[in-house]
Design a protein around this ligand. Structure first.
Ligand code: FCB
Length: 454
C-alpha cells in the first residue's frame, strides 16, 4: 500500500516537473478556440420528430420489402418535446442548434403550404433563440414530400424550382430569426444512396441515368435555393452541408477513388462556388484498395465514360459493404456503423474543402460516432476538436463544430441500432438521459478550451 502511494507521489512529481518543463518551453496544456465559435449539436427532422407520415421515407419504411429494419414511428417525439431537448443543449453550455424543417409537413400537397406547420417551426426557432442558441437550419435533410417523390423526386425536371419556392417560403416565414441556412444535406449521399441503390434509400433506383439526373437536379436545386434565400435575406449565411470522408487509395484504387469521390463530393463542392460557407460532415476514412492486377483496367476509368458507368456502381457497392457491413478482420478499431474509428479524418476533409473553395468560411456541421461506450464518444470528440484546432492553426477559417447528434435517433437504413447521441433516449418511455459527453462538449464550449490529456 505504502509502496504504491509513494510510487503515486513519485509519478505526480514527475508529471508536475514534466508539465512545468512543457510550460517553460511554451507547450500549452489546453487548446483554445476563438470567441464567437459556434459550438453545438445537430439533428434532422425525420430522424427525431416522429410520425413524418407525408414523407417518402415514411412510405419506404412501411413497404413489405423495405430494406429498413424498422420504421421510424414515433422517433424521439422531438416534434412535441423539442423544448426539453433545446434546454438540455443550452444548459450544458453549447451555443448552437442545427435542426431541419420538414418539407413533407410544410407542403403536404403541391403548392399548398400548411400555415400551422410553418408556425410550428417559427415557434420552435423562437424557443431555440430564447435559450440563447444560434439556430442553423437545414431545409432539406434527405426526405421529400410523397407527391414530389411520386413524380421522380430529384430526377424530375421541375424539382429544383419547386425546392427553391419552398425554401423562399420558409425563409420568408422565419424572417430575421435565422442567419445560417443549409439548403441540401449531403447531396452526394442522396444521389448515390437513393438513385444508384448503394445505401438502400428511397426511391431505390439502381439506374445510372437516374443517378445522373438526380445529381443534376440536386446541384440546380441548390443553386436555385441559394438565389431564392438571398433574395429574401441577402445577409444570411447560406451553404450546403457536404458529406466528405478522408479518402485513400493504393495504386490500382487511385483512379476509381477519384471518380467515386467526385460522385460523392466534388460535383457538389463545385456547385458551392457562390455559397457563403462550406458545411463539412465527416465520420471516417475510406480506403479504396484494389488488386494490382486491375491497375491497367482502372487506369482507363478517367478516359472511357462507358466504362465508368459500368464499373463505378460496382466499386461503390463493394466499398460501402467493406466500409460498413464487414466483420472487421483487418484489426481496425471500428464504430457501431462499421466505420474505422478515425476522428482526425475531419482535418483531411477541412483541408480538402479549403483547397477546393479557397477563402470560404468552413463549419463542421456534423462529426460524430455511433458507440455504446460514452467514454469512446468523448475520445472521438476530443480527437476531432484537436484536429479542427490544428487546421485552424494552419490558417483555415473554421467557424464552429456541431456534433452529430444531440439525440440517439432513427439512423435511416440502419434503424435505431446505432447510438450517436449526446443524450440517450429510452425507446419505450422516451425519457431523455444526458450522457457525460454532453457536459464534456458543453464545458469545452463555455470555456473555449480543450484541456489536453497529459
Ligand atoms: C450523415 C447524415 C445524418 C446521419 C449521420 C450519421 O450522413 O447527414 O443524417 O445519418 O450521417
Amino acid at each position: 500500500m505504502s509502496t504504491s502511494t509513494s510510487g503515486g507521489v513519485r509519478l505526480r512529481l514527475a508529471f508536475d516537473t514534466e508539465r512545468r518543463t512543457q510550460q517553460t518551453l511554451g507547450v500549452p496544456d489546453a487548446l483554445t478556440f476563438p470567441d464567437g465559435f459556434l459550438w453545438g449539436a445537430a439533428t434532422a427532422a425525420h430522424q427525431v420528430e416522429g410520425d413524418n407520415t407525408n414523407s417518402d421515407w415514411w412510405e419506404w419504411e412501411q413497404r413489405g420489402d423495405s430494406p429498413v429494419p424498422e420504421p421510424s414511428g414515433r422517433a424521439c417525439e422531438h416534434y412535441t418535446r423539442y423544448a426539453d431537448d433545446v434546454r438540455l443543449l443550452a444548459d450544458a453550455g453549447l451555443n448552437t442548434y442545427r435542426y431541419s424543417v420538414e418539407w413533407a409537413r410544410i407542403e403536404p400537397t403541391e403548392g399548398d403550404f400548411d400555415e400551422a406547420q410553418l408556425d410550428h417551426y417559427v415557434r420552435m426557432t423562437d424557443v431555440v433563440r430564447a435559450a440563447g442558441l444560434t439556430p442553423v437550419i437545414t431545409l432539406h435533410h434527405f426526405t421529400l414530400p410523397q407527391w414530389l417523390a411520386a413524380r421522380g423526386g430529384w430526377t424530375d425536371r421541375r424539382t429544383p424550382e419547386l425546392f427553391a419556392r419552398y425554401c423562399e417560403r420558409v425563409v420568408r416565414e422565419l424572417g430575421g430569426r435565422v442567419d445560417w441556412f443549409c439548403t441540401i444535406n449531403e447531396p452526394g449521399n442522396v444521389a448515390v444512396g437513393g438513385y444508384l441503390g448503394v445505401f438502400g434509400w428511397p426511391p431505390g433506383s439502381t439506374s445510372y441515368d437516374d443517378f445522373r439526373r438526380a445529381a443534376d437536379g440536386l446541384t440546380s436545386g441548390h443553386r436555385a435555393a441559394l438565389q431564392a434565400i438571398k433574395s429574401v435575406r441577402p445577409e444570411a449565411h447560406v451553404g450546403v452541408t457536404h458529406g466528405m470522408q478522408e479518402w485513400t487509395a493504393n495504386a490500382a484504387g487511385r483512379s476509381p477513388m477519384r471518380e467515386v469521390r467526385r460522385m460523392f463530393e466534388d460535383v457538389y463542392l463545385e456547385a458551392s462556388a457562390d455559397d457563403d460557407f462550406v458545411g463539412v460532415q465527416t465520420y471516417t476514412r475510406v480506403p479504396v484498395d484494389l488488386p494490382a492486377a486491375l491497375l491497367p483496367a482502372t487506369a482507363l476509368l478517367g478516359r472511357v465514360p462507358a466504362l465508368r458507368h459500368r464499373v463505378l456502381p460496382k466499386v461503390l457497392r463493394q466499398q460501402f459493404r467493406a466500409m460498413s457491413h464487414s466483420a472487421p478482420r483487418d484489426g481496425l478499431r471500428r464504430t457501431q456503423m462499421g466505420y474505422e474509428f478515425r476522428p482526425e479524418a475531419v482535418a483531411a476533409t477541412l483541408r480538402r474543402a479549403a483547397k477546393m473553395l479557397p477563402g470560404k468560411d468552413l463549419l463542421v456541421t456534423e462529426h460524430g460516432i455511433a458507440t455504446s461506450d460514452d467514454a469512446e464518444r468523448i475520445e472521438f470528440v476530443r480527437g476531432g476538436l484537436a484536429a479542427v484546432h490544428q487546421v485552424m492553426a494552419e490558417g483555415l477559417p473554421v467557424k464552429g463544430y456541431l456534433y452529430w447528434s444531440l439525440l440517439d435517433n432513427f439512423e435511416w437504413a440502419h434503424g435505431y441500432r446505432p447510438t450517436f447521441g449526446l443524450v440517450d433516449i429510452d425507446r419505450d418511455t422516451m425519457a431523455r438521459t444526458p450522457r457525460p459527453s454532453l457536459q464534456f462538449l458543453g464545458d469545452v464550449a463555455s470555456s473555449g478550451r480543450l484541456q489536453l490529456d497529459r
